[in-house]
Design a binder for this molecule. Structure first.
Ligand code: DGL
Length: 272
C-alpha cells in the first residue's frame, strides 16, 4: 500500500484527458497535475528543449514525494523517457508509448498500424520502434498533424464542423487509402476528436487512445507493485500551471469533462 499521490504532467492542459481516465480506473488515488501552459506547445520544439522542459516538470513534481510519475504528454513520452528515467533514480515513470503499442498490437488484424501525433513525436519514430519490438514485421505509417492541437483548443471538435472535418480528411486520407486497421492517437488532444476521426476512418478502424491505454497500464502496474492507495476518503486533486489559472480553468472542463476541477495554482519552473 502507498498513499502518496501520483504526479502527472503535460506540456499544457491536454494531459487532462489522461487524468480523467486515471480518475476512473484509480478512484482512490490523489493526483497532482502540472501543465506547463506557459511554454506549450512542446511538439514543435527541438528534442533538446523538450528534454530540458521535461526534466524541470519532473523535478517540480518530485517535491511532492509522488509515488509515480505519469507523462501524459505524447511529445515528452516519445523524446525524453531515457533522460527522465536516468535522472530520477528508482521513481517509476510511465510514458504513453509502451501501453499504447501493446494496445495497438492487440487490436490490429491486418498488421497495418498508423500513428498520428505532433511533429516531435512522429520524428522520434518511438511508435514504430515500439511496435517493431513486440510485433516484428508490422507495417507502420506515422503522420504529424500540427493543426489538430490549436483546433481542439478552440473548441473545433464536433462532427459536422467543416473546418475540423476538412483538416482531418487531409491528414487521414493516406491512412484510409493505405488500409490501416488501427490508428494510434498519439497526442493528448486527439481523444477529443475521436468522433471526427472515427467517422472519417470508418468503424473497421480501431482508434487507440494513448492516454486511456496508459491510465489502465499504470493502474495494473501500481497494483502489481502493491502501491495502490489504501485511503477511503475522497481523493485530492491539485493542479499547477505555468500560465494564468483563468485560461486553464476555462478550458479544463473540455478535457476533463467535469466542472468540478479542484484547486489550481500558478507556479514558475525556472528554479527547477
Ligand atoms: N501535449 C502535447 C502532446 O501530447 C500536445 C501539445 C504540445 O505540442 O505541447 O504531444
Amino acid at each position: 500500500m502507498d498513499n502518496r499521490p501520483i504526479g502527472v504532467f503535460d506540456s499544457g492542459l491536454g494531459g487532462l484527458t489522461t487524468v480523467r481516465r486515471l480518475m476512473q480506473v484509480l478512484p482512490n488515488e490523489d493526483i497532482i497535475y502540472l501543465g506547463d501552459t506557459g511554454r506549450v506547445p512542446y511538439g514543435s520544439r527541438s528534442r533538446d528543449t523538450i528534454i530540458r522542459y521535461a526534466m524541470q516538470d519532473a523535478a517540480f513534481l518530485r517535491q511532492f514525494d509522488v509515488k509515480a510519475l505519469v507523462i501524459a504528454c505524447g511529445t515528452v513520452s516519445t523524446t525524453s523517457m531515457e533522460a527522465l528515467r536516468s535522472g530520477n533514480g528508482e521513481l517509476p515513470i510511465y510514458g504513453v508509448v509502451d501501453a499504447t503499442v501493446q494496445a495497438a498490437a492487440a487490436a490490429t488484424k491486418n498488421g497495418k498500424i498508423g500513428a498520428i501525433g505532433t511533429v516531435a513525436t512522429i520524428k522520434s519514430s518511438a511508435y514504430e520502434k515500439g511496435l517493431q519490438r513486440i510485433l516484428p514485421g508490422v507495417q507502420y505509417r506515422g503522420k504529424a498533424c500540427p493543426l489538430f492541437v490549436p483546433l481542439v483548443e478552440n473548441g473545433r471538435t464536433e462532427p459536422g464542423d467543416i473546418v475540423i472535418e476538412t483538416v482531418a480528411a487531409e491528414y487521414l486520407e493516406e491512412f484510409r487509402q493505405w488500409g490501416a486497421d488501427t490508428l494510434i492517437l498519439g497526442c493528448t488532444h486527439y481523444p477529443l476528436l475521436d468522433r471526427v476521426i472515427g467517422n472519417y476512418m470508418g468503424s473497421g478502424v480501431a482508434l487507440i487512445d494513448a492516454g486511456a491505454a496508459t491510465a489502465e497500464y499504470v493502474a495494473g502496474e501500481l497494483a502489481r507493485m502493491d502501491r495502490l492507495s489504501g485511503k477511503h476518503a475522497a481523493p485530492a486533486y491539485r493542479y499547477y500551471v505555468t500560465d494564468s489559472t483563468e485560461n486553464f480553468t476555462a478550458l479544463a472542463s473540455l478535457f476533463l469533462k467535469t466542472d468540478h476541477l479542484g484547486p489550481v495554482s500558478q507556479v514558475s519552473l525556472e528554479s527547477y
